[in-house]
Design a protein around this ligand. Structure first.
Ligand code: GLY
Ligand code: MN
Ligand code: MN
Length: 436
């Protein structure tokens, strides 16, 4: 794979160089300078939060941890990387990876944080405002001009074959974690045990995950972005929901699996199977020309069929959608764009940069674009038993089967999530088919 990946990476850099040079011509620029960013210490402390380099910087280099560094693109010279690589006896001095992009750049390793000398009309991209009170002067240039920033986001929406290969590998590595998490659940582990099993099997430290892993047992499976890891195993074992990914060369996977425990009603297992089938049917709908927001509506229609056929809703599927019941059972979007950021850029803008917000009834939808080859999206239908959302329906005549909902409440909910590339003729599911 390495040889192929390396060749793809060279093509990816060439593609970026061509696109950036065309943008410099259109925007009459002499340089685009990408700032990696830097972390600030916790207030009154000498400790820093985890840092992640800015997305446009990582689009070229994938140097997730590079702080105080710059990448300068000009119309005619090689890209110039000014990489902050302090030599001290407290830390290991940063070094460059054994990847071909290194040969495509002029690279300067600097001991002291410094800004590059820039001439002519320059656009600065990244969090340069953060330099304002520091020892490094903000270089001259316009910071984050909106039209250019939009164009760079737009470039990131369409993944090169190299990026798709990285996303596929990020999926493969994450799936090893999901299998270990499933085994940890079977072994009656606490949330923390399952989290550690996931990290170990997917070979990553917690600070490098693309987003905080969601590891929810029982009712916690119904907290959409559940943020803790209980140290003790609960007595009842109803369910496990794991929403967790992996980075590979900066690119994120974002996979969710839900499992029934020995104490769950048999219906919960049948609902998990139905949600896998719903995910597969939505994945099969991914194709160029498809309006992604239409998949949100399809998710609700097919979720209504599941609720009716499993006796959770005692009316018609049409009424189930129209009454808003499916939105109480699934309040989030069908998915989002995926790339260097888990919720990747340009999801809610039209190609011309004007806002393309989520539909009023589906405010959590993060992508409203028409699908086109090169886009990578998640497909993540959900079905939850969230008291806060369902309670208001109790005081209406919406025919929810409340005794059944109460039986399922200890299971929290279900989400199944895969990562899918749009191809010229349809879709390519990047998430490996596994037994779980
Ligand atoms: N893991 C966050 C999401 O699925 O969007
Ligand atoms: Mn997820
Ligand atoms: Mn997601």
């Amino acid at each position: 794979m390495a040889d192929t990946l390396d060749r793809l990476q060279k093509d990816h850099i060439q593609r970026l160089l061509t696109a950036y040079r065309e943008l410099m011509r259109q925007h009459e620029l002499d340089a685009i300078a990408l700032y990696s960013g830097h972390a600030l210490p916790h207030y009154g402390d000498d400790q820093y939060p985890e840092f992640q380099a800015s997305g446009h910087f990582m689009h070229w280099t994938a140097l997730l941890e590079a702080q105080h560094s710059w990448l300068v693109i000009t119309p005619d010279a090689k890209p110039r990387l000014v990489l902050h690589a302090p030599t001290d006896f407290w830390h290991l001095t940063p070094s460059l990876p054994d990847e071909p992009w290194v040969g495509e750049f002029d690279i300067e390793l600097v001991n002291e944080a410094t800004a590059p000398a820039l001439k002519g009309r320059v656009a600065l991209i990244g969090n340069v405002e953060a330099l304002q009170d520091g020892p490094v002067a903000v270089p001259h240039g316009e910071a984050n001009p909106p039209a250019l920033t939009h164009a760079l986001d737009e470039l990131r929406l369409y993944k090169s074959p190299y990026e798709i290969a990285c996303l596929r590998e990020a999926n493969r590595l994450a799936m090893a974690g999901h299998e270990a998490a499933h085994a940890g659940f079977a072994g009656a582990g606490a949330e923390l045990d399952i989290q550690l099993a996931y990290l170990g099997a997917s070979r990553q430290r917690e600070s490098h995950v693309p987003y905080d892993n969601i590891v929810g047992l029982n009712e916690h499976a119904g907290v959409l972005h559940y943020q803790h890891y209980d140290l003790n195993a609960p007595t009842g074992r109803y369910s496990l929901l794991v929403d967790a990914g992996r980075r590979f060369r900066g690119y994120c996977s974002d996979i969710t699996r839900t499992h029934a425990g020995p104490d769950a009603p048999a219906l919960f297992g049948r609902l998990i199977k139905a949600m896998h089938e719903l995910k597969d049917s939505l994945v099969a709908d991914v194709a160029p020309g498809v309006d992604y927001a239409s998949l949100q509506l399809s998710m609700h229609r097919r979720l209504a069929d599941i609720l009716v056929s499993h006796d959770l809703y005692r009316g018609t599927a049409d009424d189930c959608v129209a009454s808003g019941a499916t939105r109480a059972f699934c309040p989030h979007g069908v998915g989002h764009s995926l790339g260097i950021q888990v919720h990747d850029v340009a999801g809610l803008t039209a190609p011309d940069g004007t806002p393309a917000p989520a539909p009023e009834d589906h405010p959590a939808l993060r992508l409203t674009r028409t699908l086109a080859p090169g886009m990578v999206v998640t497909i993540e239908p959900g079905l939850y038993f969230i008291p806060m959302l369902l309670e208001p329906l109790r005081h209406t005549d919406v025919p929810v089967n409340w005794p059944l909902v109460e039986q399922l409440q200890p299971c929290g909910g279900i989400r199944i999530e895969d990562n899918v590339a749009v191809t010229a003729s349809g879709f390519d599911n990047l998430t490996p088919k596994a037994a779980i």
